[in-house]
Design a protein around this ligand. Sequence first.
Ligand SMILES: [Zn+2]
Length: 244
Amino acid sequence: MNADSQAFFVEMNGRLFVVDTCVGNEKEVLGFDGFTNLNLPFLDAIEKAGFDRHKVTDVICTHLHFDHVGWNTYKENGEWKPTFPNAKYHFAREEYEYWEKDGFKNHVLGPLENVSFHESIDPVVEAGLVNLVEMDADLGDGISFKPSPGHSKGHVNVHFNAGDETFIIAGDMCHHPCQVAQTDWAAIIDYDQKESSATRRKILGELSGSDTLVTCTHFCSPSFGHIKGNETEGFVFKTVDKTK
Ligand SMILES: [Zn+2]
């Protein structure tokens, strides 16, 4: 299996954010052999990129599926430890409570998510690092959540307003840019496929024609772009490569 899953590091207003934390190493991902027991040089890569994991101030997970929470923790001497021990981990309360109350029993990913919580969520809760917030939370300094439910119950987009530039990390609102053009194409594991399609139509409509950059966690690089077009003729995702 080959799939892109990104963790985004953002430095803004004296804070260092990590948005979504991929699958992680040594995790047990029930039913997904290609993601189980990974051993990838993620920690080396962030160090080489010039980031100190101890200086991360905020970790945000757009939702709590296993492929967005993995590097919340790493295994040391057989125990799961917070990868970013000095950060606050911000999760939408709606999302967290859904899994705890219903999701493990009723969602198709329930058994997998139960293990994922044990490995990647519970240790940061027990370390007192988790901040459960509303789906439209203001995290200060121009960073806020906006609700984008459908793929999961409490899915949120993360908005960064840097003054002269605004960008959005939209998690799994779309898994692939083809869903920008075809907003009704929904993922089989969506919590509510009608709602995920409605969310795409609404948010893409709001973004179309604006200067706001947007990406989703599984888009391949260059993964940021602008939204053009309209619902009738179809939305278009125009990538912007800032490395050039
Ligand atoms: Zn995902």
